[in-house]
Design a protein around this ligand. Structure first.
Ligand SMILES: NC(=O)c1ccc[n+]([C@@H]2O[C@H](COP(=O)([O-])OP(=O)(O)OC[C@H]3O[C@@H](n4cnc5c(N)ncnc54)[C@H](OP(=O)(O)O)[C@@H]3O)[C@@H](O)[C@H]2O)c1
Length: 252
């Protein structure tokens, strides 16, 4: 498919932040490309919701932990769909709380592979395209674990801390070339049925309450804003939490 629209690419598109961001950018005139690991039916539902509203979207199944998957997707989208103006690296690396003794080498390394190495690979594939156009935005969804360690979070916090430092390093190299890199600290629970919902199972509905969890549609509005900031006033890092939550730096 060839489209003249700019592309919004999201890697890690479930029914929470990833899917809502895709919808927001599609409404705003982008062709949204949604990629997720395993749920073909869930992916199709997200794509259909966008196209049935008259906007453009495509879906791809992709495991970001496997070699060449991200790189091949970037090349395919640039060649067959359109220029990737905004990319969102959205998948997390939460493996649940585990003591040090219960954190295997494989678990520790998987955290790094998903949280740090995968966005590095996305940036390496994407930056030459964005730099050649002298514009583009890379938004990276992150978590409280990028800001502080906590009990049971050996793999997750070490890897998400790496995600934050990767974003700062990318910013140092690419902001002067016109590319906006933004690291978004999601400092609270999200109304995300495919991630938190699956972790909590039948406790999810009660846990969500009314507006005590982050609304992914509201998060998507922030992403839209970030991608459209004038370059005289770029945000490199932003944090979001529900009004009822204590921020990570006030929490004890
Ligand atoms: N949910 C929360 O409460 C919460 C809290 C703090 C921070 N965050 C951050 O928010 C981001 C996730 O947003 P969300 O929770 O709203 O989720 P979401 O956008 O609803 O879904 C994320 C999707 O990522 C996909 N994914 C996971 N591993 C993947 C892989 N190896 N390759 C490709 N896709 C993969 C999953 O696809 P499949 O379902 O197909 O496997 C999942 O549906 C993460 O960066 C996380 O750190 C979330």
């Amino acid at each position: 498919m060839v489209t003249r629209k700019p592309v919004f690419l999201v890697i890690g598109a479930g029914a929470g932040i990833g899917g809502h961001a895709a919808q927001r950018f599609a409404v705003g005139g982008y062709h949204a490309v949604l990629a997720r690991r395993s749920d073909a039916e869930g992916l199709q539902k997200l794509v259909d919701a966008i196209t049935e509203a008259g906007d453009e979207a495509s879906g791809r199944l992709l495991d970001a932990s496997l070699p060449d998957t991200i790189e091949e997707l970037v090349e395919e989208v640039e060649r067959d769909i359109g220029p990737i103006e905004v990319a969102l690296f959205n998948l997390g690396a939460q493996i649940g709380n585990r003591s040090l003794a219960d954190t295997s080498d494989r678990m520790f390394e998987l955290g790094w592979r998903l949280a740090t190495y995968a966005p590095f690979r996305l940036a390496r594939a994407l930056m030459p395209h964005m730099v050649s156009r002298e514009k583009g935005t890379l938004i990276v969804t992150s978590a409280t674990a990028a800001m502080r360690g906590n009990a049971g979070q050996h793999s997750h916090a070490a890897a998400m801390g790496g995600r934050r430092m990767l974003c700062q390093t990318l910013n140092a190299e690419f902001a002067p070339q016109g590319i906006h890199i933004s690291h978004v600290v999601i400092d609270g629970a999200v109304n995300a049925p495919d991630t938190l919902g699956k972790m909590l199972g039948d406790k999810f509905e009660a846990f969500k309450g009314e507006d005590g969890v982050l609304d992914p549609a509201a998060v998507a509005e922030t992403y839209w804003h970030l991608a459209h900031q004038p370059r005289s006033a770029w945000t490199h890092e932003v944090d979001l939490r529900p009004w009822t939550d204590v921020p990570w730096w006030n929490d004890n």
